[in-house]
Design a protein around this ligand. Sequence first.
Ligand SMILES: NC(=O)c1ccc[n+]([C@@H]2O[C@H](COP(=O)([O-])OP(=O)(O)OC[C@H]3O[C@@H](n4cnc5c(N)ncnc54)[C@H](O)[C@@H]3O)[C@@H](O)[C@H]2O)c1
Ligand SMILES: [Zn+2]
Ligand SMILES: [Zn+2]
Length: 369
Amino acid sequence: MKMRAAVLEEFGKPLEIQEVELAEPRSGEVLVRLVACGVCHTDLYTASGADPSGYAPAVLGHEGAGIVEAVGPDVSLLSEGDHVVTLFSPQCGECAHCRDPRTNLCMAIRAEQNLGQLPDGTVRLSRGGEEIRHFMGTSTFAEYTVMPEIALAKVNPEAPLDRACLFACGLSTGLGAALNTAEVASGTTCAVFGAGMVGLGAVAGCRLQGAERIVCVDLSEDRLELARGQGATHVINAADGTAVEQILEMTDGMGADYTFEATGNVKVMEQALEGTRMAWGLCTVAGVAGKGETMDVIPRLLITGRRVAGSSFGGVKGREGVPALVDRWMAGEIDVEPFVSHHLRLDEVNRGFELMEAQDGIRSVIHFD
Ligand SMILES: NC(=O)c1ccc[n+]([C@@H]2O[C@H](COP(=O)([O-])OP(=O)(O)OC[C@H]3O[C@@H](n4cnc5c(N)ncnc54)[C@H](O)[C@@H]3O)[C@@H](O)[C@H]2O)c1
Ligand SMILES: [Zn+2]
Ligand SMILES: [Zn+2]
């Protein structure tokens, strides 16, 4: 079939809206009609050429939500008409990691996904006979996508898809960091560094877990205000460089039971560890640092009982965890409205990147109707 998609032709250049060809779903694959898609830093990171593992031509986009239009042979998990959220991190249910409750890092299709291919090592996207690669296994800056059934989460059909799409990446990452990775205990003190989509999700997650004090640290007063709306009980503007001192002061010199880093800045990762309490404090790193950057850890901080954990997609096993989070949103436990700042059409996708670079709002959402 023919469809419109935003194609990355050349790194550092705007995406081009083109008519491209999408082949039928093959075994275990599903055709999804996209209804909405968030614009995320990872799309821009690849489009800019900064990501050393990026490739072109490719159709970008990975925060998609839509409706199953057709299923290929041997599909058992989904049927036509199901509402789905796309997963860049699949859940095959069978690999050693899927069967272990400690991790969400499914190993099923990693190699092919990193090459821009579907699990059988081929692509469904093309243009004039030339192959186009799939980005993150999702390629949701397009009217339709073909994806493996193990990478689609079936969600409550009542959930508006133009907000459900946020659960495809940043929001689930933040919520999950608190719920799954840190497993925040009730009555504790948490400190979240960064109040973008991921950090605000972590603030909401700490609230859901019953944290008593939730401190949010950011450079933007507007974002700190949003953090209050998600449940932050204290906010700190990081501009004067005293965030860690302030957290220590607030906790009788001990530090927070849980800290979360959601900036991608390695210096902030170090601060998050320093702001963690001795004996049992846990620092969860969710931010993605630049290629080659390293985090300095003072071993004494670890010997005295602090721990550091990394969190990919918030430890959420996508096919089970995303529908559960969407249900909590539908039950009124999570306030998603404040995260959607701009509504765009597909041909305005580059404007989505500009808004993100200007830190204008939390998320721009593309509508395909
Ligand atoms: N682990 C994962 O699976 C996963 C998934 C999605 C995103 N991420 C990563 O999470 C990070 C955050 O993503 P986002 O979409 O929320 O980004 P964002 O840019 O919207 O938010 C980052 C926030 O950090 C703040 N910040 C910058 N420097 C700071 C400092 N010194 N102290 C305190 N705050 C500071 C900024 O003001 C901004 O509000 C990125 O690195 C992103 O790549 C990770
Ligand atoms: Zn993302
Ligand atoms: Zn798996």
